[in-house]
Structure formats: structure tokens, C-alpha cells
Design a protein around this ligand. Structure first.
Ligand SMILES: [Cu+2]
Length: 262
């Protein structure tokens, strides 16, 4: 039942038991998530954490409250009841899935981990107005070939589109507005809505794959530009995964950035 799964007050003030983590920013929502299986009074219980590579498997999980009760009621966030982000720990092989929820609170998704390696699964949900991202490692056995990444990327090319990221410098510990301009050879692309905005952005910190909180900002579908508010919590490298729908076609690109003084 929704009303007894945890003792929250409405989300704006956060949870009473959510202790500050040494950050001067008092908005706990501004801190990265996804580095833990348990956070903000919620715990991710995965049915399985070993998944054979290259094979489609049904993966299920539940979200429990502090008393161990299964949470069965979720609110929509970015147009969906849950977002499941899968990425290998070398920040490649990004996938964005939408699992389905059964009445008993069990979520399920058809998952294929394309190659061996350790993957991070992020569950992005909204419960009682509180956005929470929980993360668990999924192990795919076999010899893994981890990839090098570019130091920084400001322009990406995918499926005939060129996507340019601005600005080129990113301050830390403050919310910054960043934008991606999507162009095709003959001009600006028309962006269709995707998940209630003109694009979806996942920003992960290099090293621990901390999952940054990102909000879409007002954008105009005709100018080919999609904007987000992002807060980089610490100096260092991050990888941004942008998904957008130019001319009705879903594209996924990644950008490597370095935040802070350098
Ligand atoms: Cu999603």
C-alpha cells in the first residue's frame, strides 16, 4: 500500500532520516544517486545479478522500503513509471529501457547484455514525490574488452546527424544550463517529443558512475536545440548520454566532458 511504505513528508523537504553527506548544498536532490542499492529509505532487490552475455533474459527486481515492504505504487517521472538505464562500467553499451510493473510490485524487463563485463543497472523512480535512483551491478561472465574513451567530446555524429554540445567549460557545484544542437546536412533538425521533453540526458561520473540529476529545460522543437539543467558535484570527468528524436528517429549519442578547473 502506498500510504504505509515509508514515513515521508512530501518531497520538497526530503526525508528526515536522510542525513547530509558533507555537501554544502542543502537540496539532497542535487546530490548524485545510483551509487548504492539502498538510498533515501528505499532498497533495490534484484532477482538476479549474473546474466549471460549476448542472450535476452527476463530480469526482475523490487523496490523495498525500510521495513522490507515491497513498494507497489510509483509516480510517473519523465513520462514513465520507471526508467532502467544499463551501462557497462567502462561507460559504453548504454541502454535505456522501461520495465513493466506487476500488481505485487515486481518490475520486469527483457535485458540483453551484449558483451561480457560488469554493467551498472540504474533504476530511476519517483515515490511519494521523492525522486530516487538506485543502482546494482550486473555481472556478465567472460573476457571483457574494456574500451578507451576520448578525453573530451563536443561534437558527435550519429545516423547522419551532427550534435554539438555547449558550453565547453562546466563549473562544479552549481546548476548549469547545457544545450545540444542537432543538425542534419541541410540544416537544423526538427525534434520530436521524447519522454515528455525534447530529449533525455543521463550524466554519469567517471570512476563511480554516480548518476547526476538532470532536468530538461524549455526547448523549442523547431530550432533543433534541447536544453538541460545539470549539476556536476565534483571536478573530473563525466560521460553524458543524450537521446533525442530528430525527424521522428530515436538517436543515442555520448559526450565526454571534464568539469571544473583544468
Ligand atoms: Cu526512460
Amino acid at each position: 500500500m502506498a500510504e504505509d511504505h515509508h514515513d515521508s513528508e512530501p518531497a520538497a523537504s526530503g526525508h528526515g532520516h536522510n542525513t547530509p553527506r558533507g555537501d554544502t548544498d542543502t537540496d539532497s536532490h542535487a546530490l548524485p544517486g545510483g551509487v548504492s542499492v539502498a538510498e533515501d529509505g528505499f532498497q533495490l532487490e534484484a532477482s538476479e545479478t549474473r546474466i549471460e552475455p549476448g542472450k535476452s533474459s527476463k530480469w526482475t527486481y523490487q523496490v523495498h522500503d525500510e521495513e522490507g515492504n515491497v513498494i507497489t505504487e510509483f509516480e510517473k517521472t519523465h513520462d514513465q513509471l520507471a526508467h532502467l538505464i544499463l551501462v557497462r562500467r567502462d561507460l559504453t553499451r548504454f541502454q535505456h529501457l522501461h520495465p513493466t510493473l506487476a500488481d505485487d510490485g515486481t518490475w520486469s524487463a527483457e535485458v540483453t547484455l551484449p558483451d561480457p563485463g560488469v554493467y551498472r543497472a540504474f533504476i530511476d523512480v519517483l515515490v511519494d514525490g521523492q525522486p530516487t535512483t538506485l543502482g546494482v551491478d550486473l555481472l556478465s561472465s567472460g573476457p571483457a574488452q574494456y574500451e578507451d574513451r576520448p578525453k573530451t567530446t563536443h561534437v558527435a555524429e550519429v545516423e547522419g546527424y551532427t550534435i554539438e554540445l555547449t558550453p565547453e567549460q562546466f563549473p562544479t557545484r552549481e546548476t548549469v544550463s547545457i544545450e545540444f544542437e542537432v543538425r542534419r546536412k541541410d540544416g537544423v533538425a526538427h525534434l520530436d517529443a521524447y519522454l515528455g521533453a525534447l530529449g533525455h540526458l543521463v550524466a554519469l561520473r567517471d570512476g563511480d558512475l554516480a548518476y547526476l540529476h538532470v532536468h530538461p529545460e524549455d526547448s523549442n522543437s523547431e530550432d533543433g536545440v534541447v536544453r538541460f539543467a545539470v549539476r556536476f558535484p565534483t571536478p573530473g570527468r563525466y560521460r553524458l548520454f543524450l537521446q533525442a528524436k530528430p525527424d521522428g528517429e530515436l538517436i543515442t549519442t555520448s559526450f565526454d566532458v571534464e568539469a571544473g578547473e583544468h
